[in-house]
Each structure stands twice: as C-alpha cells, then as structure tokens.
Design a protein around this ligand. Structure first.
Ligand code: ADP
Ligand code: ASP
Ligand code: MG
Length: 409
C-alpha cells in the first residue's frame, strides 16, 4: 500500500460536475488500497475574482487582509470535494492550511513553507480517511493566514508529500503532462515521458506555468517523485520529473519556455565610470523591483547605454525611479518598452553541444524576428523579442530543433 499526494488545479475543480468527477477518481484510487492526501486549488477564475474585488476597494490592499481574502477560494473547494466524496461513500475530511499547521514565514502573498505538522493528517490517514487539504495557504508563527504565491497549490502538494514521505506526488491538471512547449501556443508540442528536476526548474522559472517554481525546488531538494497528469482523461503515465539518469545521454534541448510578463528599460548616454551600474540598479533594488536581464554597451564617445528587464507589472515604478536618477547620473534619456516577451531554449544537453545559440539565432532570423537582448546560462539561452513575435518565434524554434519528433540525440 502506497501513500500518494494528489493535487487538482483550478480547471480540474472548476465546476460542481468537475468536483464530482475528481471525487470519483479519488474514490476509485482509494478503493485500490492506497492512502491518499488530496490538495485542491480554488475553482478556476476564483482567485482572480477575489483579487479584483479587493482592487475595487483599494489600490493598495493591506497584504494581511489580502491573504485572508484570497485563501477563501481553496476553503470552498476542500469542503465541496469532501461532500462529493461522502456522497459516494468515501470517508474524507477537509483541512485548511492553518488547521494542518502548514507553518510559513510572514511574507504575505509569497510566503515560504517552514514546517508541516504531520500528526493530525497521519491520524486521519490511519483511521482510513482521505485527507483533503487547501492548497496555496499556510499560517505564520503569529497565527496570521499567509499564501504561497500564484500557482502555490503545487507547492502545498509537494511539501505535504515531503513531510509525509509519500511515495509520489501527482499533479493533476488540464494537460496530460509536461510538453516540449506550451501546447496552447504550439499544437505540435510533444509530451515528455521524463524530465529532470534541473530542466523543469529552468522551464518553470523561465515562464512555463505548468508547475510553480517552488514546487519543483522543493521536490528536487527532498527528492519527492513528482508526476504531472491529466484530470480530464485517463492518459497513462503523464510526465515524471526525475533526477538526471547516468549513462543516458540527455537530449540537447528539452523544451521552450516563454514569459509574456516582461518589460525593458534603457538609460542612454550615462558617463562610463566605476559605480554606474550600482547607481542605476541600487534604487531599483531598494524599491523591491526584481531585475532579470542586464546589458551594457559602451559608445565611442565614452558614454554607456544600460538596458535591463523587469516584470511588466513593475514597469511604471521602475521607469519613474530611472527618470528620477537620470538627471543626477547625467544621462541623456530614459526609454522603455513594455511590449516585449522572453523566449528561452532549455536543455541539459546544451552543456556538451556547441552551436545551439547560432541555430537559435538562424531560426529567428529566417522569420525576420529581431532579437533585442540575449542571455545564456549552462542549460538555457533566452532572447527578448517584440511580443507580436511570441507565437511565431516559439513555433520556429520548435521546428528548428525538431522537438515535435522523438529525440535521438
Ligand atoms: P492548474 O490550474 O491545474 O494548476 P495551470 O494553468 O497552472 O493548471 O497549468 C497548466 C497549463 O500550463 C496548461 O494548460 C498549459 O497551457 C500550460 N503550460 C505552459 N507550459 C507548458 C508545458 N511545457 N507543458 C505543459 N503545459 C504547459
Ligand atoms: N488558487 C491559487 C491561484 O490561482 C493557487 C493555485 O491555483 O495553485 O494562483
Ligand atoms: Mg497551476
């Protein structure tokens, strides 16, 4: 008998009919003898609806109250799922994050899980119940409700699996696994049977929202076997996220990620002196604006142009800071563009293969897509392009690297 943690995302519990079908799936699995802990998200659209309600009242809602508000979405689904399980004769009990004692730090809206009390959940499992836990939420040391960031139910599930030493954590969603890229953008995307934690982490952090980044970090750290599956169809084994297998040569490229949430800012004609990067980015960092890519070019006249990207939601804030700084820095001008996207190629096999970048740039140039910025690491290459080229760019790269076909590399 195994202990399995199963997580069902927003669309999987998006209506009472869907909740009933999740209940049927859970019962069927339970009847086979495994112990189950089920983590659920809010019904699809609910978290956005709650955020919009808060915005109608305040431009800057209090973070503590915001978490009290948005955590209610998951409380609705745990109760409804338990009721649906009871209706079909399956013993089950629901718990909010704070009832389980999913203890987090106090960083509202992006809290980190510190510790989980296993006792209560274990007692229920031992008495034969399915335990249904609200995703996305926890409680800090002072008893305040916290939330884990958008998509955080994935992290709740992996953390529960780690704490209970579960045999597997299964993430049920509206696709039947992790694909070579988002199948909504490239219908020819291919489902991967396996992907390494390292690659999945890179894909997630570069914008593939199929798993929340922290859930992958957590699974890697505690070695939790993690699987992505469809809740809509019985589609087989899904995608297993695993440690790198020795002896098996990795595919050069495992996937393409993209992020639409990007904006860039350039400060032009800054005197090229020591400390300039710090003077530009210091105030940006102090305002808690995260900077991603950075490029600096030196002009012949000895001045420098400094460009960086930020999250699109923080574009105005960052721009105001730069405009304030620019006079003091003696800069010529500040320009920006919040209609850009980032497209990234990911693959551990890049380490041992040359020429990937030039193939990437060739494929984009054949489609006349202008590359605005480039950044690389050992296992990824990212480019910034105009947002109108997102779909075209992703499909061109998917084609150029033969990702629709089974890899033979
Ligand atoms: P849930 O509500 O179940 O948490 P999400 O919307 O968060 O579901 O994640 C599933 C979605 O992730 C899919 O519908 C798909 O559009 C998107 N996605 C992005 N990149 C990928 C990828 N590489 N493989 C599969 N799905 C992806
Ligand atoms: N309901 C939360 C969100 O929409 C958490 C989740 O779905 O994982 O972000
Ligand atoms: Mg999700």
């Amino acid at each position: 008998m195994a202990l399995i943690v199963q997580k069902f995302g927003g669309t999987s519990v998006g209506s009472v009919e869907r909740i009933a079908s999740v209940a049927a799936r859970v019962k069927q699995h339970r009847d086979q003898g495994d112990d189950l802990v089920v983590v659920v998200s809010a019904m699809s659209g609910e978290t956005n609806r709650l955020i919009a309600l808060a915005r109608e009242i305040s431009d800057k809602p209090n973070p503590r109250e915001m978490d009290v508000l948005v955590s209610t979405g998951e409380q609705v689904t745990i109760a409804l799922l338990c009721m649906a399980l009871h209706e079909i004769g399956c013993a089950a009990r629901s718990y909010t994050g704070s009832q389980v004692h999913i203890r987090t730090d106090s960083a509202h809206s992006k809290a980190r899980i510190m510790d989980i009390d296993r006792a209560r959940v274990r007692a229920d499992i031992e008495s034969g119940r399915v335990v249904v836990v609200a995703g996305f939420q926890g409680v800090d040391e002072q008893g305040n409700i916290t939330t884990l960031g958008r998509g955080g139910s994935d992290t709740t599930a992996v953390a529960m699996a780690a704490a209970l030493e579960a045999d597997e954590c299964q993430i049920f969603t509206d696709v039947d696994g992790v694909y070579t890229t988002d199948p909504r953008v490239e219908p020819k995307a291919r489902k991967l049977d396996r992907i390494t934690f390292e690659e999945m982490l890179e894909l997630a952090s570069l914008g593939s929202k199929v798993l929340q980044i922290r859930s992958v970090e957590f699974a890697g750290k505690y070695n939790v076997p993690l699987r992505v599956l469809s809740s809509f169809e019985d589609s087989g084994a899904g995608t297993l996220i695993t440690l790198e297998e020795e002896g098996v040569e990795a595919a050069k490229i495992s996937g393409i990620a993209f992020n639409r949430d990007e904006a860039k800012l350039t400060i032009r004609g800054v005197p090229d002196q020591p400390g300039v990067a710090y003077k530009i980015l210091g105030p940006v960092g102090e305002a808690n604006v995260e900077v991603d890519m950075i490029v600096q070019n030196i002009a012949e006249d000895g001045t420098t142009d400094f460009t960086f990207t930020v999250n699109r939601g923080e574009y105005e804030k960052a721009r105001e800071i730069l405009e304030r700084e620019s006079a003091e820095l003696g800069a010529r001008e500040v320009v920006g563009d919040n209609r850009i996207v980032k497209i990234s190629l990911v693959g551990v096999g890049m380490r041992s293969h040359a020429g990937i970048a030039s193939r990437m740039f060739a494929a984009l140039s054949e489609e006349a897509i202008n590359i605005q910025m480039i950044s690389t690491s050992e296992i990824k290459i990212s480019v910034v392009v105009d947002e109108k080229y997102l779909e075209l760019g992703v499909r061109a790269l998917h084609q150029a690297f033969g990702l629709a076909e089974e890899s033979t590399a």
